[in-house]
Design a protein around this ligand. Structure first.
Ligand code: HEC
Length: 150
């Protein structure tokens, strides 16, 4: 008997292959979904304060000097993880106080050191900025940027 593929064999390969790849696609989709909701910012509350903080960040062009998550300018430090480096990531009140202290101490006037301009923000704006930076800090960036030493 000659080895030929019958119509039903071809049909089985077609349907079997299709089902296999559809299931693979569904499995990978579920895996991506679990990964995103489990480890990204999507599971964190995007509060009104965080959204306002982002607007303060944008309206004052902080990104013209800073990077956040690697995006921006390289004049000043990356701030995507500044709340971790300051040790205030889990305490919004400390984050607010520390950021307020920092902003009010600028420019440092230390010779030879890059300067940050003095901003005159209300407490609410600083609180919003702090909440925005905490929110950004909680994104899982798999260790990036590697500047946790300070
Ligand atoms: C003209 C450039 C410039 C702009 C614009 C600017 N910064 Fe800065 N910023 C700096 C510099 C330079 C430093 C580091 C100063 C130092 O270490 O003495 C700094 C430091 C910081 C730090 C501390 C970072 C750390 O790792 O310790 C934070 C937080 C910060 N800036 C937030 C902001 C925010 C929020 C804005 C916008 C409202 C902003 N900056 C706008 C230049 C700038």
């Amino acid at each position: 008997m000659r080895e030929v593929m019958t119509k039903s064999m071809a049909r089985n390969i077609f349907y079997g292959g299709s089902i296999f790849f559809i299931l693979l696609f569904l499995g990978l989709t579920l895996h991506s979904h679990a990964y995103i909701t489990g480890t990204s910012t999507a599971s964190m509350p995007l509060t009104d304060s965080v959204a306002r903080g982002k607007r303060v960040w944008e309206a004052n062009a902080c990104i013209n000097c800073h990077t956040i998550h690697g995006e921006g300018a390289y004049f000043a430090p990356e701030v995507g993880n500044v709340m971790t480096r300051w040790g205030v990531i889990d305490n919004p009140e400390d984050a607010f106080q520390t950021l307020k202290g920092w902003i009010e101490a600028q420019p440092s006037g230390v010779e030879g050191r890059r300067q940050m301009p003095r901003y005159h923000f209300s407490d609410e704006e600083i609180r919003d900025l702090a909440n925005f930076l905490i929110w950004a800090n909680k994104t899982d960036l798999q260790g990036w940027p590697p500047n946790n030493a300070g």
